[in-house]
Design a protein around this ligand. Structure first.
Ligand code: G3P
Length: 498
């Protein structure tokens, strides 16, 4: 079980609370308080983590600042070597970390293992990419700009920002943490992680793998606690030089309060799936089910609204219904496709959207069924724009279908959303697909496949309320550095040789 073996030191067995990580050690908070993590399946307390204080955050920030200065001088190849080591340790311990994901966020067992392995691969790839892109600089000469002689040489290179604050969401507490941690570290930054409450224990185990790899003390830190106590305190802390956040609209509030520092944000989406009449309808149905219902729809990149040409809608709905009938529903330990959603309040929110659609006349393709946090997969047909589910993000296994009379109507609905993360279009006509992609106001458009963030080196970004900046390994490394120039000024022309 979690907290055993190599992970024993991260757990305070006396009071059964996980410790937080600062200055290279595992600590109990002076608050003597803890935060409970409720298992979404049993709805009982599964784990407890420390409720860190603001004073502890201050100490972490000071230690991180000191450690970062030395880390910035550590050769790039050595930084990469440590990251490769951490990646190997992470993969070696995939089973206990995956077990935490199953218990904390009800991630299906196989997907939980996949998340950890994917994370190890991400860390290794980041190390390699960092060595390549941070090992290069630029040389500029002055006489390419009007009025200048060839008397100045500008050398530009990339330097770290300082301390990066990483705040990942509950749905990928390991993978979306390392997607921030690894770029920050390879670029020479220190790191403070504030994991989500649901997923905090998986994140602490992951951080322990970095600890075991032997990173310098104070460079990597993980503080747990109540958002009300340390949330704003962290995001507004003067010691923070960059924030990388993935989550809900809290990100909008953070962006307003954060100081003059670079921000990287991914804040969800209402990813539209536009289906044309000439599409391969079996492919469409398979992608709607996979895109809409994997991890019970709790992905920013889940298909969240299907905009389908009316003439093919009946056929697709039948195909989707038949595939949905094969989805298994139950506990994550049994590796069911549909598992309980993360909290009771999430389940209540989803139910609110379903009831609103019911009152306003949506067609239920299955009976609505809920037991605790477990909601059976539901397809809502004939959804209209006056229904909340046409616009809001359920983050659950409930998918609306809006029948459209023209492609323009689909694009219009997609672009009327406040979100703009991803979208997809299904057609056999590649020219049309590219024109539709150009017209869709989203950070990514997938042609003939459901939205997805991976592979993790692809650029990943949202427009409008879906985010700030671009992620993906290369973009994240570049976001966590600034450019530094050194200009060599040659003597006046009278000194020129020859
Ligand atoms: O919800 C997080 C978002 O980044 C989804 O990632 O890998 O499921 O497409 P993925």
């Amino acid at each position: 079980m979690a907290g055993n073996g190599v992970f024993a030191e991260i757990y305070d067995g006396e009071v059964e609370v996980y410790k937080y990580y600062a200055d290279g050690h595992w600590h109990k908070s002076s608050s003597a308080k803890s935060v409970s993590i409720i298992n979404p399946t049993t709805r009982k307390t599964q784990f407890k983590v420390q409720a860190c204080t603001q004073e502890e955050v201050n100490k972490v920030m000071e230690a991180a600042k000191v450690a970062q200065k030395a880390w910035a001088r550590t050769p790039l190849w050595k930084r990469a070597e440590l990251l490769h080591k951490a990646a190997a340790i992470l993969k070696e311990h995939k089973a206990p970390i995956a077990e935490c994901l199953v218990k904390e966020i009800a991630k299906p067992a196989k997907d939980a293992v996949t998340e950890v392995v994917r994370s190890g691969d991400l860390v290794s790839y980041t190390a390699e990419e960092g060595v390549r892109i941070l090992g290069e600089g630029k040389l500029l000469v002055s006489d390419s700009f009007p009025g200048n002689e060839r008397s100045k040489y500008c050398l530009s290179s990339k330097i770290p920002l300082g301390v990066v604050l990483a705040i990942p969401p509950f749905n990928y507490p390991v993978n979306l943490a390392v997607s921030k941690i690894a770029p920050a570290l390879i670029a020479g930054n220190a790191l403070v992680l504030k994991p989500p409450t649901q997923g905090a224990v998986a994140a602490l185990h992951m951080i322990h793998c970095f600890h075991l790899a032997g990173f310098p003390k104070g460079l990597i830190n993980c503080v747990t606690g109540k958002g009300s106590e340390i949330g704003d305190f962290l995001t507004m802390h003067p010691g923070v030089n960059c924030i990388s956040f993935t989550g809900g609209d809290t990100g909008i509030a953070i962006s307003k309060k954060a100081g003059m520092i670079p921000l990287q944000m991914e804040l969800g989406g209402k990813d539209a799936c536009i289906v044309l009449e000439d599409a391969d309808l079996d492919l469409v149905a398979a992608n709607i089910v996979k895109g809409g219902f994997s991890y019970s729809g709790q992905r920013c990149t889940a298909v969240k609204v299907v905009l389908i040409m009316d003439s093919v809608a009946d056929e697709v709905v039948e195909k989707v219904k038949s595939k949905m009938g094969k989805l298994t529903v139950g506990p994550p330990e049994d590796d069911c496709d549909i598992t309980p959603v993360v909290t009771e309040s999430s389940a209540n929110f989803i139910e609110g959207l379903v009831m609103d659609a019911k009152e306003k006349g949506a067609t239920f393709c299955q009976e609505y069924r809920r037991e605790g946090n477990l909601i059976w997969p539901l397809l809502l047909d004939h959804v209209r724009p006056d229904m909340r589910i046409a616009w809001e993000e359920p983050f659950g296994p409930v998918l609306p279908i809006i029948r459209i009379q023209s492609v323009e109507e689909g694009i219009h609905h997609c672009n009327a959303s406040n979100f703009g993360l991803q979208g997809c279009v299904f057609t056999r006509d590649i020219n049309k697909a590219i024109m539709i992609s150009d017209a869709m106001e989203t950070g990514t458009v997938q042609i003939n496949s459901a939205p997805a963030r991976g592979p993790d080196h692809f650029p990943f970004q949202g427009l409008k309320d879906s985010g700030i900046g671009s992620q993906g390994i290369t973009n994240s490394i570049n976001m966590m550095v600034k450019v530094k120039s050194t200009v060599i000024n040659l003597p006046a022309p009278s000194y020129t040789m020859g």
